[in-house]
Design a binder for this molecule. Structure first.
Ligand SMILES: Cc1ncc(C[n+]2csc(CCOP(=O)(O)OP(=O)(O)O)c2C)c(N)n1
Length: 320
């Protein structure tokens, strides 16, 4: 990756973090319920770097957690914020938050809230790409919990059989709401569930943006060459609650969260960039000031936009 690209990737990670911090400080901490909000704090290396290495025409099936992959794929910050706050003028006209961002011009064909349904949809997108001979790939992010659903097996079976250009990328953040990952998979971890399939299955440090980019780039090249699917599992950690106002100390200790704060993907990336001589703290401060100002300004604009009339939602969703 060129230095220019590395810096862009870093900027997107910081943007995603600052938008999450804005939501937490302006809403969650003030007791305001931000509907459908799932903080992606601590997972930015995975959510951003994976989507970042794709081409605009590649398909992206994103997760409910964090907005990094949407930004990395080319959805504007303003559109993301309009969706996030259920306002008109974004990608779905206020009809479903960032849970349902729809931007086919950058390969985002929507998302639904039924866990596990993504695996077969992504396989379908990859099948379409293969049939059309476009060399397009489908990157399917998922929270590791969804992989316990049966649709994963159906999708992977067809993807392997037909050598579909699909990459299944798990954001393993340790939890499915309050259940620990190792408690819900028979082999004790998720990747070992797929060892029986004759495909690359790779676990890696999901808080290292370079490791994420490399793993996804390799899987994407393989898919473009017609060699079929890959399963990737990036290990990260969910710093915030599953959703706001949940008591996350009921199932974990503060010390564990603190341990993972030490492995913060943005702090690690920043250190690497400084070590490479392409970044410094003055630039960091300028970037954060600029982005915080932009988020605040955009929010003031977005806040004034109308919300969608509920009676219009059905028509908008089904007859767009
Ligand atoms: C079929 C189905 N069952 C349950 C849910 C409710 N649900 C929403 S998020 C979630 C846990 C998700 O865990 P994971 O996939 O690991 O993603 P994370 O939230 O940790 O990022 C569940 C069970 C759902 N959306 N769909």
């Amino acid at each position: 990756m060129t230095n220019e690209k590395i810096l862009k990737l870093y900027e997107l990670m910081v943007t995603s973090r600052l938008l999450d911090e804005f939501c937490e400080n302006e809403f969650v901490k003030k007791g305001v319920n931000l509907r459908h909000y799932h903080s992606g704090i601590g997972q930015e290396a995975l959510s951003v770097a994976g989507a970042f290495v794709l081409r605009k025409t590649d398909y992206l099936y994103y997760t409910h957690r964090g907005v990094g992959s949407l930004l990395a794929k080319g959805v504007s910050l303003e559109a993301v914020m309009r969706d996030m706050f259920f306002k008109t003028g974004g990608t779905n006209d206020g009809s479903g938050s960032v849970m349902h961002t729809y931007a086919p011009e950058v390969g985002i064909v929507g998302r639904n809230g039924v866990f596990g349904s993504r695996f077969t949809i992504a396989a379908g997108l990859a099948l379409a790409a293969k049939e059309r001979k476009t060399k397009t790939v489908a990157l399917c992010y998922y929270g590791e919990a969804a992989a316990a659903r049966g649709m994963y097996y159906e999708a992977l079976n067809m993807a392997v059989l037909w050598k579909l250009p699909v990459i299944y990328l798990a954001e393993n953040n340790g939890f499915s709401v309050s259940s620990r990952t190792e408690e819900v998979y028979a082999p004790g971890n998720m990747s070992d569930m797929w060892r029986g399939f004759d495909i690359p299955v790779l676990r890696f440090d999901g808080n290292d943006m370079f490791a994420v980019a490399e793993a996804v780039e390799n899987a994407v090249s393989r898919a473009r060459e017609g060699k079929g699917p890959s399963v990737l599992e990036g290990i990260t950690y969910r710093i915030s609650e599953h959703i706001p106002f949940e008591d996350h100390y009921a199932y974990r200790e503060e010390a564990e969260i603190e341990e993972w704060r030490e492995k913060d993907p943005i702090a690690r990336a920043q250190k690497s960039l400084i070590g490479m001589g392409i970044w410094n703290m003055e630039k960091e401060e300028a970037l954060c000031t600029e982005l915080k100002g932009r988020i605040r300004e955009l929010y003031q604009k977005v806040e004034k936009a109308p919300v969608t009339d509920p009676s219009e939602i059905y028509r908008k969703v089904y007859y767009r």
